[in-house]
Structure formats: C-alpha cells, structure tokens
Write a protein that binds this ligand. Structure first.
Ligand code: BDP
Length: 700
C-alpha cells in the first residue's frame, strides 16, 4: 500500500459479525437528487460502502426508510422526520446523523441545510464505519466552530515548494487548465473529508504572475474542480503587482490608480471564479514589498484590498509575520507592536493571520501574545503542517499534540479560561468571521506527505480547524483506525508513540525553552554556533545567547521585556523563576550554567539529560514500530522503519552538536546520563547541505 488513499482507504470490515450487521442495516441507499455535490456524495458512498462492505451499493430512486441510508436536505424531509431534528442547531456547514427506529422507519438519516453539510455528514458517517462503531442509537450533531479552515500552499509557479519536503507542487501550471489531474479531485475529497474549506494555492512569497489572465484561467480550472467539495480558492497577492503586471509606477495603497487597479483585478477574478475566497498577503516581511515601502502602514494595505474585495464578499488575510533588522532588541516583540495599536481600525473583511508563536514554528514556543490582545479584530491561527523546524518529512513528530498545546494555552486576556481556542473560534470576543490556516505538507510524493505519518498532521489540522477543542489523542486514534487497522494491539501502542513524539523532538532539538538553533537556510540540523548572517536575528546565537556565564534569552523586565506583551497574570507566572514552567525556562530567562532545576540538578546537567531523553524516546519509537510488523503492510512498515532509523541518527546529531558547542562555554563535564558524543564539534560544524529540499531560493 503506497498510502495514496490516505485515511480514505475503505478496506473491508474484517470483523465478520459487524460486517453482517452493517450489511443488514444498510441494504440500500437513497440520496436526494440535484447538483454536483450530490453526485460527489453518491460517488463517495459507492466507493466507501462498496469497499467497506464489499458488495455492490444499491441506490434507490425513492426512499423506502427500511434498512436504508438516507442522505437528504432538511427542507426535503417529511414532517415526521423533521420533528426529529432541530434546524436551529444546523448551521450552513453543519449536519445531523441519526439512526431512527420506530413504527415506520428503520434507517440511518444524514441531513443538513446545505449540500456541503450533507457531504461533510457523509464523510463523518463513512468514518464511523471505518472505525467499526455501532450504528444503533447513533446521534451526531456537528457544526464547524471556525469559519475559514484552510491550507496555505507555499507552492511556487515553477512547482518547487518552499519548505516542502514531499516532492514538487501538486499544481501542474503547465498542463492546466486543460488537463485535470486525478490528484486535484482526490485532494479535494481528502480536504472535504476533514472539513477543510479553503486553499491558498500559492506561496506567501508571492509572484504577481498568478494574477495575470493566463494564470487566472488555470486557477479557475482548479476552482471548478474544488467547488462541489466546498473548497474555495484563495491566492497570495503580491503587493507590488500593480507595478509588475499592471504597468503602474507605484503600489502606494493610497494612490487612486492603485486603488482602481486592485478593484479591477478583483472583479476580473470574480468574473471567472464567483466564489473566490480572497487574498492572502505577506507584506513588508523578509523582503516582500508592502505598504511600508510607501510610508504607509499594514492597516492601509489591508484596507485597500478589503475595499476591493468587499463587493464580492471576499476577505483579506493579512499576515502578522513581520520582523525587521532595525529592531535589535527582540524579534519576538515586533508583530504585536505593529498590529495591536490598530485594533478596531481594520475593515470587517480583514483577518490578521498570526503564527502560533512569536518567533517561527519552533518545536515549542509559548503562544503568540497577539492572541487575545486584539479584541476587535479577527485573528486567524497559522500553524505549520510542513515540518520546517521539526526534521522535515523524515522525522515522525505528531503535530496535533503541538497544535493542541497552543489552542489550550490560556491568554488570561479576559480572565482565567481565555484560551487561544476561544480567540480563534471567536467566542472570546464574539467575532463575525474566524479562521485557521495550516501551511501544507503536501507534494507529488506517492503518499502525498513523504513520511507516512505526515498524513496524520494534515488530518489532525483539519479536525482541529473544525473543532479546536478536540483532543489530539482522539484524532490520532481516528487517523490510525482509518489509515491502518482497528486492531487494538496496533492502535494502542502506535497512538502512544505518536503522542510522545512531539516531546521527543523538543528534547533532542530545543529543550528547556531553547529555540531557533537551526543551521542556515535549510533549517535542517543544528547550527547553534552560526553567528555570521547579515541580520542579527537570523543567527542562532541571537536566540540562545550562550556565554561563559550561562544561557537563554532574558525576556523579562531586565531584558527585552517581551513578557509585558502578555496578560499580567502570565507576565508574573513566566517572569518568576519559581513559577515559570521549565519548558519555557530559557525562552524567558538567561540563567547561569549551574542554576538549580526543580529536580535539584544543574541547568547544564538538565540540558544533557533532556537531549539524551529525546534520543532514548526515538529508540523507544523504533522498538514500538518493530512490534507492529504483523499489522502493517510491508511497504509502509519498511518505509517508517527506515525513517525512524534516520530520526535516531539525527537526534544524536542534535544532542552531540549542541552539547559539544555549549560545553565550550559551560566548561563542565557532560552529565553521567548522557552518552558520549560520536564526533567532534569541528565535524558537526563542517556538515553542509547545499541541496536540502524546500529551501527558499533567496534566503540567506
Ligand atoms: C519562515 C520560513 C520562510 C517563510 C516565512 C514565512 O523560513 O521560508 O517564507 O517563514 O512564513 O518560517 O513567511
């Protein structure tokens, strides 16, 4: 099994009595007529039920209500069935699944206000079967808690993918619009199955060409494929496009010609794609053009595009990932300083997209202080599904565990319990529009994500975007059951392995709050010694600040005071060494090498022990996986085994390179728990990876 079918493989129910029960309960299927989405539902049921029940699926032209699956719009239900469902509970994308057994009926009903709701309900129902759950007494009522649930593809028009480790871009711009790759359809199916309803096709480091008529035709072709699956297309808008493709002399957001140009361009897009989602913008960040080039602000830029999109009901998603070389105190503080003062001044179709942490997708960061700090502006979460800083597609790291940690963090912005999840789903401040984005980990690899377990990160992102309160363990279990098998001897241990994998990577890369110690450009492997890049905040030494005295970034009042951007409760908690959780210790504090940790050991020993623990955890993952041989096809078992082998090698590389380097400052012996380094510091410093995948071409 090469994994192409993802979590939708619909293999035969291997429990004979359950199979018999299902076959009996689902003898026929009735799906209401009409429209492309209903056709998609029929095809998915044909495929899903056909595979799971291993029998031909009988579609009836009329409902019989006897041992039947009924997929029907709420408005078309008979009066007796309608009384069983409260339409007030059904939002436009929500659905209701119910087993009904009374005098007249013996059936499973899937109903919704809209066809997309029915599609989501259908996928949910198929998941129930895939997970071998009983249909008796079934009652499901689901509605997404977040409006915009989208993937961000960092895909370039030449098909390279920035920070992509699973092959090339799945968008074949060369053969579009005439050639529709089956992958586009399967991509849409996969996304719909987990409720993802938006996709930004192009890199945030944008190319204006995608907004030219030639490319818009291609975008339209994709939008047409995605529409029946409820998936809207978004594009990244290069701020200087009016100059580059429009022939204007300026891209000043207050210039009348520029304003008109964006209006016209937006209308041109909507003429082709009436349900176009909107623009995603990275401006004045890492060399991207933006309003500040003209002495204007992010607010001016975002509102310019918002006005162009407003008549078409589109949104602007403006990224808050900004930092400049002129700020030499603390990069972590800049986004907050640039955006928070303008809270309330953005148009109502602007969302500010904020990365989960204040630096950049590290294995662990405290949540971004902007969450909760802009009560009048919708803040969209940006997670990174592709593992730029977590071992690419070669390491097994189950990301929903990280996502969950962020979503459950308490911002205290409106007292205790003001979690990031409540900011994102809008409930903390009653937002009109809400969103969550994930930077995609998808490419042309046979299994889409390179590492077979990378699929779980895509899956889990979608599930958490639908419901940010879900538990990462539940999600892991769903994914395992749908992707591999329901055998408990497999599900239990592998779920445990997945849940522990995130802490393992923190331990072997960036323990105790360390961060951004990655080697230049590719971000693959350790480079804590790097100090020669032109901008200070590109150098790892800027972040760990190791010296003869100690290590860590002082973000308290005596340092950069980044802590003051958090609610006072957190300022106190993180600022006080007694109460600061050790996982954030060196994020917020610079401490002497012999500082005493809670377990009585020195900071230096503690670091070595954590690094070793990370290596040992990967060793345990290898053992667990070896025992799983009987439950997994040989192809995927072997793939994962080989990848875990690489992961172990590289966990040791991280441990040895970092500890040898820090030892030049601490001048202390390694703790006894730590294995001896395999090589010298010079060896690790000499390693080079000029052709590592996913590098951004212009990156220093
Ligand atoms: C950094 C990546 C860079 C991205 C940037 C971004 O290294 O490739 O362009 O984030 O999010 O993590 O814009």
């Amino acid at each position: 099994d090469n994994g192409y079918n993802l979590w939708l493989n619909y293999s035969k129910i291997d429990d004979a009595s359950l199979l018999e029960t299902y076959r009996n309960q689902l003898q026929t299927v009735f799906v209401t007529d009409g429209g492309a989405t209903m056709d998609v539902i029929k095809r998915e049921l044909d495929r899903g039920l056909g595979g799971l029940l291993q029998q031909e699926v009988r579609f009836e032209p009329n409902p019989t209500f006897q041992n039947q699956l009924i997929v029907s719009r709420y408005a078309e239900l008979g009066e007796d069935l309608r009384t069983l469902v409260d339409p007030a509970d059904l939002t436009s994308e929500g659905y209701f699944i119910r087993t009904i057994e009374n005098k007249k009926h013996r059936m499973v009903l899937i109903t919704a206000q809209t066809d997309i709701g029915l599609l989501y309900g259908t996928f949910h129902f198929l998941r129930i079967l895939q997970m071998h759950q009983a249909l008796d007494g079934l009652q499901v009522m689901e509605s997404p808690k977040v409006d915009i649930r989208m993937l961000n593809h960092w895909d370039n028009l030449d098909r390279t993918v920035e920070r992509g480790y699973a092959g090339f871009s799945i968008w074949n711009w060369h053969t579009l619009p005439d050639y529709i790759d089956q992958r586009y359809i399967d991509y849409a199916r996969a996304n719909a199955s987990i409720g993802i309803n938006g996709t930004a096709l192009t890199n945030v480091n944008a190319n204006g060409l995608v907004l030219t008529p030639h490319y818009l035709e291609k975008v339209k072709a994709l939008a047409d494929v995605f529409r029946p699956y409820g998936l809207k297309v978004y594009l990244t808008a290069r701020f200087s496009a009016p100059i580059e493709i429009g022939g204007l002399k300026t891209a000043d957001p207050l210039d009348a010609d520029v304003i008109q140009w964006w209006k016209d361009k937006t209308k041109e897009i909507y003429d082709l794609i009436p349900d176009f989602g909107g623009f995603l913008v990275k401006a004045n960040s890492e060399g991207q053009p933006g309003p500040q080039n003209y002495g204007r602000t992010h607010l001016d830029g975002a509102n310019l595009l918002a006005d162009a999109l407003k008549p078409h009901e589109g949104v602007v998603i403006w990224r808050a990932f900004v930092y400049s070389e002129h700020d030499d105190t603390d990069r972590a503080k800049q986004a907050y300083s640039e955006f928070v003062p303008d809270d309330g001044k953005y148009r109502d179709n602007v969302l500010i997209q904020v990365k989960n942490g204040p630096i950049d997708f590290q294995p662990r960061e405290p949540f971004h202080p902007m969450f909760g700090a802009m009560p009048k502006t919708p803040l969209m979460m940006e997670f990174q599904i592709t593992k730029e800083y977590l071992g690419f597609a070669t390491h097994l790291v189950y990301l929903p565990k990280l996502f969950e940690e962020v979503l459950r963090s308490d911002t205290y912005q409106k007292g205790k319990g003001s979690t990031v999840a409540k900011v994102v789903d809008g409930s903390l401040n009653h937002k009109k529009v809400t969103g969550m984005a994930g930077v995609a980990n998808i490419g042309t690899d046979a299994n889409w994500t390179g590492h077979p377990f990378g699929q779980a990160d895509w899956y889990g992102f979608g599930r958490l975007a639908w419901d940010p309160y879900l538990d990462s363990g539940t999600i892991a279990e769903e994914w395992l059951r749908c992707t591999f098998t329901n055998n408990e001897n497999f599900v239990g241990p592998v779920k445990k392995m997945m849940l522990e994998s995130r802490e393992a990577v923190v331990n072997y890369m960036n323990p105790l709050g360390l961060h951004h110690m990655f080697d230049t450009g590719h971000h693959y492997g350790p480079g804590p010694w790097v100090d020669n890049l032109s901008r200070p905040e590109w150098n790892p030494v800027y972040y760990h600040k190791a010296d003869d005295e100690g290590i860590g970034f002082d973000r308290t009042k005596t340092g950069s005071d980044a802590l003051s951007q958090y609610a006072p409760e957190l300022g106190e908690k993180f600022g006080n060494l007694e109460t600061c959780p050790e996982e954030y210790l060196l994020w917020f504090h610079h401490l002497p090498w012999d500082y005493q940790l809670k377990n009585g050991r020195t900071l230096w020993d503690g670091l070595g022990i954590k690094y070793q623990q990370g290596v040992d955890q990967v060793g345990d993952m290898i053992k667990t996986w070896e025992d799983m041989k009987p439950f997994v096809d040989e192809y995927r078992h072997n793939q994962v085994s080989m990848l875990l082998g690489i992961q172990l090698k590289e966990a040791k590389w991280w441990r040895d390179a970092c500890m040898l380097y820090f030892q030049t400052y601490s001048k202390m012996d390694f703790p006894k728990e730590m294995e001896k380094p395999e090589n010298t510091l010079e060896h690790y410093k000499s390693l080079q990876f000029p052709f590592a995948p996913g590098i951004r071409p212009t990156w220093n």
